[in-house]
Design a binder for this molecule. Structure first.
Ligand SMILES: Nc1ncnc2c1ncn2[C@@H]1O[C@H](COP(=O)(O)OP(=O)(O)OP(=O)(O)O)[C@@H](O)[C@H]1O
Length: 241
């Protein structure tokens, strides 16, 4: 993304959510976006994913310039190149895990084979749970089904908005371990918005926003094996003060 400005219309008066943001998300890397409430994190994710149009600036997603595209084209581009997970798992209770993974592609008029569904569930460690319904799974397992659903089409980028926001410490760790593994083993480019320093510590790079601008961009040394959560929390505290 280059020189992104996004001005929301809040009931007739403009709110500058992003104010000149330029970022690259290298293929096969995991970026966490942090920042105080209202700093523009979700807006950044939604613009990068093509869900919202920036007021100014340029977004290139999977090599495709999103500028000047119709809504229909943008929807097609998202379907082809993007996967989403949110805080709410948004699974359909009456369907099995496998059916939940398959459903969005079916809605999009694309048939995906049973083996693709099986592969996606296996990639998140849930091959044995394909026939379970959401209520028969833990919160962490449900979010992993949502991850499998996001990844079944092999998207260029996975966008995650507070993916561990509804999970306890233990299950959230399980989901983060899975997301990290997908980056390391499948080269899954991932962009995650989070409030949680522990979640951000799983990333390769943490971008801190304040008032719609990049306040800091901190690469994490993954080889050191250090736990970066405390350092990230300290930076967040400084940003919020
Ligand atoms: N659809 C909208 N209409 C009007 N204003 C909006 C809209 N979406 C976001 N905003 C405003 O833009 C600014 C940035 O919002 P955004 O949701 O991107 O921040 P955030 O960092 O994700 O916040 P939080 O951590 O609270 O979720 C805020 O001032 C917010 O009130």
């Amino acid at each position: 993304m280059r020189d992104i400005r996004k001005i929301h219309d809040a009931g007739g008066h403009p709110v500058v959510a992003l104010d000149g943001v330029s970022l690259d998300f290298a293929r096969g890397t995991f970026t966490a976006i942090m920042g105080p409430s209202g700093s523009g994190k979700s807006t950044l994710l939604r613009c990068a994913a093509g869900l919202e149009r920036p007021t100014e600036g340029r977004i290139v997603l999977a090599g495709v310039d999103m500028g000047g595209r119709s809504e229909k084209e943008r929807t097609e581009l998202r379907r082809a190149h993007v996967g989403f997970v949110f805080q709410a798992f948004n699974l359909v209770e009456s369907l099995t895990a496998a059916q939940n993974v398959e459903l969005p592609s079916r809605f999009a008029g694309r048939r995906i084979g049973r083996e693709q569904v099986t592969r996606a569930l296996a990639a998140v460690g849930l091959a044995e749970r394909a026939r379970h319904r959401p209520s028969q799974l833990s919160g962490g397992q449900q979010q992993r089904v949502a991850l499998a659903r996001a990844l079944v089409t092999r998207p260029a980028v996975l966008f995650a908005d507070e993916p561990t926001g509804a999970l306890d410490t233990v299950t959230s760790r399980e989901v983060l371990r899975m997301m990290r593994m997908l980056v390391d083993e499948e080269g899954q480019t991932t962009l995650m918005v989070t409030h949680d320093p522990v979640a951000a510590a799983s990333a390769d790079v943490v971008v801190f926003l304040r008032d719609g601008r990049i306040a800091d961009r901190v690469p994490l040394d993954r080889r050191s094996g250090a736990d970066h959560a405390a350092e990230i929390a300290a930076r967040m505290t400084r940003l919020e003060s």
